[in-house]
Design a protein around this ligand. Structure first.
Ligand SMILES: *[C@@H]1O[C@H](CO)[C@@H](O)[C@H](O)[C@H]1NC(C)=O
Length: 108
C-alpha cells in the first residue's frame, strides 16, 4: 500500500503567502496612478481630491454630504494636498475606514 503523498506544511504556507501577495499587489497595481500635480488641480470642495498615505481620494461626494462632524470648512484647505499628518492626528480607525470608500487611485 502506498501512503498518500502529503505536502509539507511549509510548502503549503509558502503557496498561500504567494497567492496572497499576488492578489494584494495586483489590486494595488490596478489602481490608477496620479501625480501630485494632478491631485493639486482638484483643490475646490466641488472637485476635491486629497492624498493620504500614498493614495488618492476623491472627497467631492463627501463634501456634498456635509457629513464631517466639524463641517466642510475644516477640510477645505486640504483639497489638492497631502492630508496624511493632519488626518492621523485628528481621526481614529472609523474615520479611516470611511475615508477608504473614497479611494480613486495611487500616488504616482
Ligand atoms: C469624483 O467624485 C465626483 C462626485 O462623486 C464624480 O463626479 C467624479 O467623477 C469623481 N472623479 C473621479 C476621478 O473619481
Amino acid at each position: 500500500m502506498v501512503a498518500p503523498r502529503r505536502w509539507p506544511a511549509g510548502a503549503a504556507l509558502f503557496l498561500i503567502a504567494l497567492l496572497l501577495a499576488a492578489c494584494l499587489s495586483s489590486s494595488d497595481a490596478a489602481l490608477k496612478k496620479y501625480k501630485a500635480a494632478a491631485v493639486a488641480k482638484h483643490k475646490a470642495p466641488t472637485n476635491c481630491w486629497v492624498i493620504y498615505n500614498g493614495y488618492v481620494y476623491n472627497l467631492t461626494k463627501y463634501f456634498k454630504s456635509n457629513a464631517h462632524p466639524r463641517g466642510n470648512a475644516i477640510m477645505k484647505p486640504w483639497c489638492g494636498k497631502d492630508m496624511t499628518r493632519i488626518f492621523d492626528a485628528s481621526h481614529g480607525s472609523s474615520a479611516l475606514s470611511q475615508l477608504k470608500k473614497y479611494r480613486i487611485g495611487k500616488l504616482a
